[in-house]
Write a protein that binds this ligand. Structure first.
Ligand code: FES
Ligand code: CO
Length: 312
C-alpha cells in the first residue's frame, strides 16, 4: 500500500517500523539490528519497540527530543509470515486457517511473487472457474471442455464468501489422463475479504490439499501474493513436486492477468458479465460494501467484516 516498512526480529519479538528515519529520512533497512533496536545507517540513531528513540550517538548526554519517534505498526507472526496492520485503529484480525496448525497436515511455503495487477484482480483470477480450459488446458481444465458453472455462494461467518466447485467430467478425464487427481471429489473456495483465498481440494480417498493465498497490494496496480500449501498425504515425500505443479499454473496465468487493462477493477459499466461470473460479481459487490464500511469508520469496518450473512 505504498508504504515502505522495515521489519526486524528484535530480542523481544518482531517489530515493524516505517522505513524512513525521522532524523534525516535515510532508509532504516540499510542499518542494523542491534537486538533491542534498529539502528539507522546514517547517524546511528536507535529505534526500538513502538518506534521509541533509544539513543542518539552524536548527543549521548541527551535529551532525546520528545518528537523523536519512528512510525511503528502493529505486527504479528502467523503462518510463517509477518502480518502488519498499517491502520492501527481498524482493530482487524488475522484470518484463521482451517488446517495450518493441524499436525496431520504438512504446510509448505512457496515463494511469494509480484504481478502487475491490482490485488482484487489477482483474487478474481484465483477464484475464476471459466478460464480453466483456456489458460490451463492441461493442468486444471481441458481444452474444448467449457463448463458453465454457477456455484452456490454462501456466507457463514466473518466476512467470508464461500463456494464449492464440483469438477465436471471433462476435468476429471484430463486429470485421469495425466495419472493425477482422478478422483477429485470437490473443491471448496473461501474468499476472505479483502484479498485472501483458501482452496480446499478433496479427493475421494480422504486426502486433502489446502492452498492458501493472500494478495497484498503493493500499490494501485501491483500486488505481491504470499502462499502456502497444506497436505495430509505424502508427508514424507519431497515438497518440490507439489510446489512445481503450482508454479506451472502460475506461469500459465501471469501473462493473461497482467494483460488486463486497466489493472484495477473498473466501473461496472466498463466490463460485461454473464451468469457464471457470479463469483466475481459477488466479490466485487462485497469489496464495494467493505469500502463503504471503511469510509464509515473503524467500528463499521469491523462490524462489516464480522457480519453474519446467508444466501446472498
Ligand atoms: Fe537516521 Fe540521521 S538519518 S540517524
Ligand atoms: Co488460473
Amino acid at each position: 500500500m505504498n508504504t515502505d516498512i522495515v521489519i526486524a526480529r528484535l530480542d523481544n519479538g518482531v517489530v515493524a517500523l516505517n522505513n524512513r528515519c525521522p532524523h534525516r529520512s535515510a532508509q532504516l533497512h540499510l542499518g542494523w539490528n542491534r537486538g533491542d533496536c534498529v539502528q539507522c545507517p546514517y547517524h546511528g540513531w536507535k529505534w526500538g519497540e513502538n518506534g521509541k528513540c533509544m539513543g542518539i550517538p552524536a548527543a549521548p548526554d541527551g535529551p532525546i527530543p520528545p518528537n523523536a519517534k519512528a512510525t511503528s505498526y502493529d505486527c504479528e507472526e502467523r503462518y510463517g509470515l509477518i502480518w502488519v496492520r498499517l491502520d492501527g485503529a481498524a482493530d482487524t484480525e488475522i484470518p484463521g486457517h482451517i488446517v495450518y496448525d493441524d499436525p496431520t497436515f504438512k504446510s509448505v511455503h512457496g515463494p511469494s511473487y509480484d504481478w502487475k495487477t491490482h490485488a482484487a484482480r489477482r483474487v478474481e483470477n484465483y477464484t475464476d472457474l471459466a478460464h480453466f480450459p483456456f489458460v490451463h488446458p492441461e493442468t486444471l481444465g481441458r481444452a474444448g471442455e467449457v463448463t458453465f458453472l454457477t456455484p452456490n455462494i454462501d456466507f457463514r461467518q466473518e466476512g467470508r464468501m464461500r463456494f464449492r466447485y464440483d469438477p465436471p467430467k471433462g476435468a476429471r478425464r484430463a486429470m485421469d489422463a495425466k495419472g493425477g487427481l482422478s478422483a477429485l471429489a470437490f473443491t471448496d473456495y473461501t474468499i476472505r475479504l479483502p484479498f485472501g483465498v483458501t482452496l480446499d481440494l478433496n479427493l475421494e480417498d480422504g486426502t486433502r490439499t489446502v492452498m492458501w493465498m493472500w494478495a497484498t497490494p503493493l500499490d494501485d496496480i501491483h500486488c505481491r501474493s504470499f502462499w502456502f500449501a497444506c497436505r495430509n498425504s505424502d508427508q514424507d515425500g519431497p515438497d518440490q513436486p507439489h510446489m512445481d505443479q503450482q508454479m506451472v499454473i502460475l506461469e500459465e496465468d501471469v501473462d493473461i492477468v497482467e494483460s488486463q487493462d486497466p489493472e484495477q477493477i473498473p466501473h461496472p459499466r466498463d466490463e460485461i458479465a454473464v451468469g457464471p461470473d457470479k463469483v466475481s460479481l459477488t466479490y466485487r459487490r462485497l469489496l464495494y460494501e467493505l469500502c463503504k464500511a471503511k469510509a464509515d469508520g473503524p467500528g463499521a469496518l469491523k462490524t462489516y467484516l464480522n457480519k453474519e450473512r446467508e444466501n446472498i
